[in-house]
Design a protein around this ligand. Sequence first.
Ligand code: ADP
Ligand code: ZN
Length: 740
Amino acid sequence: MPLYCFKGNPYFHVTFSTCMKQYPIHRALKHFFGYDNFRLNQQAIIEAVLKGQDVMAIMPTGGGKSICYQLPAVLMDGLTIVISPLIALMKDQVDALHANGIRAAYLNSTLSNQEQNQVITAVRNGEVKLLYLAPERLFANGMQFINFLGTLPCSLFAIDEAHCISQWGHDFRPEYLGLSALKQHFTKVPVIALTASADTITQKDIVEKLALQQPQIFISSFNRANINYYIQPKQKAFEQVIHYLDKHRNDSGIIYTLSRASTESIAAKLKAVGYDVAYYHAGMGSDERAKVQEAFQKDNIKIIVATIAFGMGIDKPNVRFVMHYDVPKNMEGYYQETGRAGRDGLKSDAILYYSSGDIGKLMRFITVENNDAQTQMMKKKLLQMKEFAEHDGCRRQYILEYFGERAPAYCGSCDYCLSNLERRNATIEAQKILSAITRTGERFGADYLIDFLRGSNSAKIVPAHKEIKTYGIGKDIKKEVWQAIVKQLLQQRLVDVEDAAYPALKLNEASRRILRGELEVTLVMKKLKEEASIITDAPQHHADLLQQLKEVRREMAEQENVPAYIIVGDNTLLDMATYLPLSFDALRKISGFGDYKVGKYGPAFMKVLQQYASANGLETKIQLKVPKRERAVKPNKPTTTATQRASYDLFNEGYDIPDIAAKRGMAVSTVENHLMPFVTNGELSAAKLIGKEKLDTIIALIKQTGETYASKPIKDLLPEEYSYGDIRIAQAHYQWMKDA
Ligand code: ADP
Ligand code: ZN
């Protein structure tokens, strides 16, 4: 495999030279990377980079930072230099680019002199679009290398893992400090700094040290929506692990433990019962470690039992689970380690086996010699970890709030939410409380009404009220649950509270509609039944076909000596096994297939697909495939702007959209746009905005047409009184339902 390639690929050159300038970036994304939509802030970041601005992009692990410089790199003239500290990952990144037909190369100590010269010649000849370098390389041999770069048409510097430049970060690397001089040598070349580091001191430090000029800073939500968080009491941990693994036979995952010895003993026990497993810790030789890492990366070993030494260089997208056999020392570690699951966006599990005894053991060992302040800090962090593990509420909310993000109290995908709560129709409960409000004359507060509903014998209850039919009809529900119901009804503005000294609950128009049975109410409530039913109307995949496709992929990966996911990811295989694309055009509709990959790997997959379809008498289902839109707004990401929030606050104060528009001197559509993100993240009910009836009608059409984004096709099907705004709000609601 050459280090740079595709000189001989005519397809690449034709499209490259003719289309590049006028390529809308969405088409470029599909063409080069095979993805249908941008994730998080990718699009805004890429646009800023293409405008020549300095950018700092903060995105969680697996968020998709690479595309943020790789796409600009292919769209801009000249060469993009990528600085990365992880030498072990460079080859992978370059292989992945090659697999998409993009000319890339790297220079580092793993190459022979001859290979390095080859790369330099290729770079000099303009045959490389992206060049990966370790930071120390830049200033090797005095100024020689910098001067060499100065002779090249450098269009962009991308600094990956940019927090390594900061002493405040968790992974300071002195060799990164050299990058401070970059802007002096290349005053005109824009720089994009990328990191997953969440804390603000580090962020500020990065901007200063790299001397970024009026940088645009993009911070994405740290919510990893596809990771399910579970914490289980640690009883017989090994049996608990086996119990999980038994149900996840084909999955790849990492089991973290705190000591080197236990990695070895757990791995041995797992091996003894037939699992495909290796251990990893810092006490092993570097060759041995590299071997284990590579075997895992290439799926030759499914499970790694490791200390936290394992992970920095792991870029494996299909890690399906991360387990903590022992409690991590702090939330930062927990987030980072669990974050290695599900980089490909597919559902994945993070499981912590927790015992408070483990906290006690760790506590005794925390001492940083001669540094009392640091010791105290580490103890405090461990206590926060304990608090998290024992927290009686949504895990995701705790994690996000720990990192400074607002989050709702219900995520629907952590052990707490799954076992305690559910989002369900609570119209009856709402009707009960609303009718209690009317029957008692709209003069009482929540506490009184709840006592009344629960049939309290307290002397506080007006005797005449005890004669009313509604008295006692809410006995079956606990007081705290009623309180939660009232709170949510207020939040959704389905009932009002009088702004007087005594907060009496009052009906509003929505309440009256609920009482008349015209409006349904959905609330997050304690679960009634044990099992949660999973409703899915998505077509199922053909498991045997998936196996065949995996096999083909494995063969191609072996031939090219790259990890299997570099050919295509698991989600791409899953889509093929589901939608049966039987033509190359159909294959292009599968996420992960850029044009180059369709040409290069398409035929081999196509053969299997067509054979399978004809042997089983199946037809393609590609028409059912709606391009999956990656959310631009993740639930509760804090990036709602101040102006959006101002509109939202007014709405919460009871103004309707035209009122807000008038008050703020804005167009109605602008205000609608302001409110949209709150619908997408679940903070605001769409029914409240446009009414249940309109919402239902539009949702039905969205389902029917599959138009989750375009509003025109739906508008055409609706009567005049439905506005584009209504449709967009319903689409935002639909998105939220799917994400929730
Ligand atoms: P990070 O560097 O932020 O941890 P990567 O750049 O490695 O993340 O991306 C993580 C995974 O997500 C990769 O497998 C990548 O190909 C995939 N990915 C990135 N952007 C998109 C997108 N817009 N649509 C689908 N998959 C994407
Ligand atoms: Zn939750």
